[in-house]
Design a binder for this molecule. Structure first.
Ligand SMILES: Cc1cc2nc3c(=O)[nH]c(=O)nc-3n(C[C@H](O)[C@H](O)[C@H](O)COP(=O)(O)OP(=O)(O)OC[C@H]3O[C@@H](n4cnc5c(N)ncnc54)[C@H](O)[C@@H]3O)c2cc1C
Length: 370
């Protein structure tokens, strides 16, 4: 095998690794991606719904730096669509139903802040014409609309990225093991198989066996149901969420289970999601499929970027000593917002490689200090 030299070796082809690959391409960097073998468990990116939602949670909190992340994401996914002729971005406003007294309380607080209020607007009842189509909000509740909500079809994005990487011979299907990696002290580069790389970045999602991060991961399950005739122009949020797919199918999610970090689909999740659907008068839906994956999250619900990683963060096993000259980084902790966050995070990491400081909120240093 001939030896290949790249600027950047990326481990993992979820949304984080894929976004990093494209952003590096935009900076004319030579890259190679190590992607796990196809027979492994589904990644969060393969399962995730890709919803981009400004206001979430029972406290109706506006997502961190939402406008900046959204604008960067839109620009990014448009660039990818242009390169691959596969468009994964959909502008899809979301209806948010307030289902608890606590949420009503938070709404009145949220409306005092113009920045948040713009993202969650009252909606005329006759605009919610879904009633004739079999979905209706819980009795006595009012919907609000999030016009800035959108959806990234992650499977389309991942497939288009993989195709591009394969066509340019920039991907290897392998399980990356730190013991396969060698640091050439003299040349100041990494060696992985027949590859030579100046830098390496781990975008491996929930991998406590590889990276020593204070993961607060949570398993999530979602299902696809058949709901022909329902209008397709909104996602619905309130307790659970549902978002339209093609041909009368809807995605419904998602459970949140921090205790069972496996990939098994469960009858409890099916029950929980079905009960959530019942509040919208969707009874006994035909369930077409169900999937589970693990969201990689860290404390603070803000992602983490590390560049020039300290040895203590990487689990290498006895064979490997991570070098002092650490041209090594990570993007992780994308939690429930990978589709929104990955493009700008990738840019921030590339800036950090070029000597720019990282925003302190996401810098890995926040974990190293404590
Ligand atoms: C049910 C559910 C619903 C969700 N809904 C949304 C949503 O609506 N909107 C949203 O933005 N986000 C959502 N998310 C979260 C989103 O999917 C994640 O934030 C995102 O996918 C994380 O991306 P990642 O690339 O960091 O990790 P991953 O997707 O886990 O990707 C990591 C990749 O690295 C590979 N890898 C790991 N170790 C190795 C190794 N040693 N060698 C080679 N490869 C390796 C893995 O196989 C995987 O392909 C949801 C998640 C779940 C589970």
């Amino acid at each position: 095998m001939t030896e290949t030299t790249v600027d950047l070796l990326i481990v993992g082809q979820g949304v984080a690794g894929s976004a990093l690959a494209w952003q590096a391409l935009r900076r004319q960097l030579r890259i190679h991606v190590i992607s796990s073998p196809v027979d492994g468990p589904l990644s969060a990116s393969q399962v995730g719904a890709g919803l981009i939602t400004p206001i979430t949670g029972s406290r109706l909190a506006l997502a961190w730096r939402f406008a900046e992340f959204r604008s960067s994401a839109l620009d990014f996914y448009r660039f990818v669509a242009n390169e691959t002729k596969r468009d994964c971005w959909r502008n899809r406003p979301a209806l948010r139903w307030l289902t608890t007294a606590e949420e009503e309380l938070w709404l009145s607080r949220c409306q005092k802040f113009p920045t948040s209020a713009n993202y969650l607007q009252p909606i005329e009842q006759d605009l919610v014409a879904s009633r004739e189509h079999g979905i209706q909000g819980p009795a006595g509740t009012k919907p609000y609309v999030m016009p800035e909500a959108a959806r990234v079809h992650l499977p389309v994005f991942l497939e288009a990225t993989e195709k591009w990487l394969m066509e340019t011979s920039c991907i290897s299907r392998a399980e990356f093991k730190p013991c396969d990696l060698l640091w050439d002290e003299v040349a100041c580069h990494w060696k992985w198989r027949s590859m030579t790389a100046r830098r390496i970045v781990l975008c491996t999602g929930y991998t406590p066996e590889l990276i020593r991060l204070p993961f607060l991961a949570a398993k999530g399950e979602l299902m696809e149901i058949d709901l022909p005739g329902a209008r397709q122009d909104y996602s619905w949020h309130g307790g659970i969420w549902m978002t339209p797919q093609e041909q009368g199918r809807w995605l419904v999610g998602a459970t949140y289970d921090p205790l069972h970090l496996d990939h098994k689909v469960t009858s409890q999740a099916r029950l929980e999601l079905s009960q959530g659907l019942a509040q919208w008068s969707v009874k006994n839906p035909q369930i077409l499929s169900q999937q589970a994956a693990i969201r990689p999250a860290v404390p603070g619900q803000i992602p983490v970027i590390g560049w020039s990683l300290p040895e203590s963060i990487l689990i290498g096993g006895p064979e490997v000593t991570w070098p002092q000259q650490k041209n090594c980084g990570l993007i992780n902790g994308l939690g429930s917002r990978g589709a929104l966050w990955a493009p700008l995070l990738a840019n921030w990491l590339l800036d950090a490689m070029a000597g720019q400081p990282l925003p302190p909120e996401i810098d890995l240093a926040r974990f190293l200090r404590s």
